[in-house]
Design a protein around this ligand. Structure first.
Ligand code: AMP
Ligand code: TRP
Length: 347
């Protein structure tokens, strides 16, 4: 069965989910569950390509799993699982790698950026380790999506190139071996890009350090402190646009559901009557209400799910059934043997 309307997306496991992740992606994922069948993945195998991964990855994946449930992903409605629990995907990754051009992979912007960053420069021979995993990252991403024969992938603009590659791989497979994979469409999420409150010219991200992000479950005092010290400006910019710091606070206020207040405050800004202390106060109140509700929901999830690892394994079984069906078909079309049976106690 192909699932042209199935929605699929993934998120890297980090112990903290930021309000950037939430407003930029996860809130939208939760909404989509009521329109289509959805599958969401915590991509721990992708996270292994980061040099500082390891050790606590299981903890980070579990935390992200709980955060997704707290943020509204309903495990009774949606398959939400951890990538490493579905080995079928990793196997499909190999099959698809044989249909992927090395040239295409080495031209991926994310690969180029990350490998240059690792090397700390352009040189290739300074002894820095750039793993083949980093190069293979988009093939595994294609395998994630194609294993579920998903039709629609909600991601941010930065993933559009990887999605184009996934479509190319699906096309090549289908024309060489017969149709198995629908070409997944990119659903560019029309959701706000949240900027760092400490530096509103940069995207809110954990990698910039704790000053630069607000966690979805963060305590009131520290949320208020971060908003109070948010960088604003000293008046309307020469271009007549709203300055990045104010724009970001207005975005956050609107994203919290206070669109009317945000609209009014934007008008006040242009009229020169907006008091930044009021904007900060309203935004902090709205964020404190959100984060405190999210903390309650997180506590609820932990109460509701006393056997978290059991739930993770239940989700894995569901995902493996879906991915296994596709993998069987792909193996057959490619003309290779089915997997051998494992016998107990074999030497
Ligand atoms: P990452 O944490 O990079 O794996 O991102 C997970 C999802 O959150 C992706 O779909 C990103 O596009 C989204 N995201 C992360 N940070 C932000 C941000 N500051 N603003 C909007 N969306 C974001
Ligand atoms: N590469 C994506 C990111 O960095 C995460 C991801 C992995 C993903 N597999 C995916 C997203 C499949 C969508 C579909 O955000």
């Amino acid at each position: 069965m192909t699932r042209p309307s199935l929605v699929y997306s993934g998120i890297q496991p980090t112990a903290v989910m930021t309000i950037g992740n939430y407003f930029g992606a996860v809130k939208n994922w939760a909404r989509l569950q009521y329109e289509r069948e959805c599958v969401y993945c915590v991509v721990d195998l992708h996270a292994l390509t980061s040099p500082d991964a390891g050790g606590d990855l299981k903890h980070a994946s579990r935390e992200m799993f709980v955060s997704l449930l707290a943020a509204g992903i309903d495990p009774d409605r949606t398959t939400v699982y951890i990538q490493s629990t579905v080995p079928e995907q990793t196997e499909l990754c190999w099959l698809l790698a044989t249909l992927t051009s090395l040239g295409d992979l080495s031209r991926m912007t994310q690969f180029k950026e990350k490998s240059v960053l690792l090397r700390g420069g352009d040189s290739d021979d300074d002894g820095t380790f750039v793993s083949a995993g980093l190069l293979f990252y988009p093939v595994l991403q294609a395998a994630d999506i194609l294993a579920y024969r998903a039709g629609c992938v909600p991601v941010g603009q930065d993933q559009a190139q990887h999605l184009e590659l996934s479509r190319g791989i699906a096309r090549r497979f289908n024309s060489r071996f017969g149709f198995v994979f629908p070409e997944p469409e990119t659903l560019l999420t029309q959701v706000p890009k949240v900027m760092s409150t400490a530096d509103p010219t940069r995207k809110m991200s954990k990698s910039l350090g704790p000053r630069h992000y607000i966690g979805l479950f963060e305590e009131e005092a520290s949320v208020r402190k971060k908003i109070r010290s948010a960088v604003t400006d000293s008046g309307v910019t020469p271009s007549g646009e709203v300055s990045p710091g104010i724009e970001n606070l207005l975005t956050l206020l609107a994203a919290c559901g206070e669109e009317d207040d945000a609209r009014q405050m934007r008008a006040d800004y242009f009229a020169g009557t907006l008091r930044y202390v009021d904007l900060k106060g309203r935004t902090a109140d709205a964020l404190v209400a959100l984060t405190s509700e999210m903390r309650d929901r997180r506590a609820d999830v932990l109460r509701r799910e006393p056997d978290l690892d059991g739930r993770i394994m239940e989700m894995a079984a569901r995902a493996r059934a879906m991915a296994g069906e596709t993998l069987g078909l792909a193996r057959e079309k490619m003309g290779i043997f089915p997997p051998g049976r494992r016998t107990r106690g074999a030497k």
